[in-house]
Ligand binder design. Sequence first.
Ligand SMILES: Nc1nc2c(ncn2[C@@H]2O[C@H](COP(=O)(O)OP(=O)(O)OP(=O)(O)O)[C@@H](O)[C@H]2O)c(=O)[nH]1
Ligand SMILES: [Mg+2]
Length: 198
Amino acid sequence: MSVLPREQVTGLILAGGRGSRMGGVDKGLQNFRGLPLAMHAMLRLAPQVGEVMINANRNLGAYESFGAPVWPDALPDFAGPLAGFLAGLERCETPYMVTVPCDTPLFPSDLVARLGAGLLAAGADIAMPRTGDQVQPVFCLMRTSVMESLVRFTQEGGRKIDRWTAQLACAEVPFEDESAFFNANTLEELQQLERQRA
Ligand SMILES: Nc1nc2c(ncn2[C@@H]2O[C@H](COP(=O)(O)OP(=O)(O)OP(=O)(O)O)[C@@H](O)[C@H]2O)c(=O)[nH]1
Ligand SMILES: [Mg+2]
């Protein structure tokens, strides 16, 4: 099985959303077990990649204090996660980039290794986790060379991740533990997460 060296991967924390289902708060800064949600994502991702960056659109100073570079969307009006992908790809200096959302603090500690192996085995441009029959597209490992295609897609008004990835060679990598991908979209879900085991 081929291994993608972690130095070749930049990790991007996606914290640029509106958080509307949580009342419009900046979700990445919400407290979870004593630390901001996005900090949990960063601590879990950092050992899996060479470098980490954060994509955020509000409270940039708070995210900068985490100690990683922070990039806001270039596309206006909260255009969705693909706007975050694009902001990251524009700054990414490694041949691969992986995204993780800020609201899923218990994602697998071997996420990048397994996505990397799946991508290389399939010779794909993109690898995403699958739990059961559900693909988790905001956890997306991609070759940085997909940027050109994403620029074109978003310039034409495309906003949906699955519509974009359908144009590329994708590998879906099965993960057994669906609970690791539980994300907090509401305050109630955040409290539910607090009760979930590591
Ligand atoms: N950069 C960027 N990221 C986004 C945007 N919208 C959503 N995301 C990110 O995509 C991931 C999944 O989005 P959601 O779980 O729907 O989060 P959200 O958009 O903040 O929340 P809702 O407004 O309740 O849908 C999260 O990590 C968000 O931060 C956006 O407009 N720009
Ligand atoms: Mg979510």
